[in-house]
Design a protein around this ligand. Structure first.
Ligand code: MG
Length: 167
């Protein structure tokens, strides 16, 4: 008996690549969190540790979806993240740039699902389309705050985050 597969080999492959990008984001955010922790900026560190957990959850959503539709999960090799930063601005800008990249790739996956008339995949990807708007917005706001406050007054960003900013 052959196993029924509800996903095309092309989309399956593209989903595996997205698992890699989500896991890379998770690793990159751990590295950024540690950079802030090293500067005793605990709230910024906590924000990025939380983002790292969320990115792993994103990867797992793709894993679970592939398992559900009888696809094949192949976790790709994950490149080492950047661990050294000259400034908070550099670290947050890297996060923003990565979220923009992931947004573009999620849009590509949606385009592929539409072209293949894979309605289940479209519904699944819908959540990610919305999530990416939030992710980009969060990082964009944080970058603006960090830029306005300036490198020497990052303690004020900590106070901002203590009062529910960045959520
Ligand atoms: Mg993500």
């Amino acid at each position: 008996m052959t196993m029924t597969t509800l996903i095309s080999p092309e989309l399956n492959k593209a989903f595996n690549e997205e698992i890699g990008r989500e896991l890379f984001a998770s690793h990159q955010y751990i590295a950024i969190a540690c950079y802030f922790d090293g500067r005793a900026l605990k709230k910024l560190a906590a924000l990025f540790f939380k983002q790292a957990d969320e990115e792993r959850e994103h990867a797992m959503k793709f894993v679970e979806y592939l398992n559900e539709v009888g696809g094949k999960v192949e976790v790709p090799a994950i490149e080492a993240p950047k661990s050294d930063f000259q400034s908070a601005e550099e670290a947050v800008r890297l996060a923003l740039e990565w979220e923009i990249e992931v947004t573009n790739r999620i849009n590509d996956l949606m385009t592929m699902a539409i072209e293949q008339k894979d309605y289940a995949a479209q519904e699944f990807l819908d959540w990610f389309v919305k999530e990416q708007v939030e992710e980009v917005s969060t990082m964009q706001d944080l970058l603006q705050i960090v830029q306005q406050v300036g490198e020497h007054y990052l303690i004020m960003v900590e106070a901002y985050l203590s009062h529910g900013g960045g959520e």
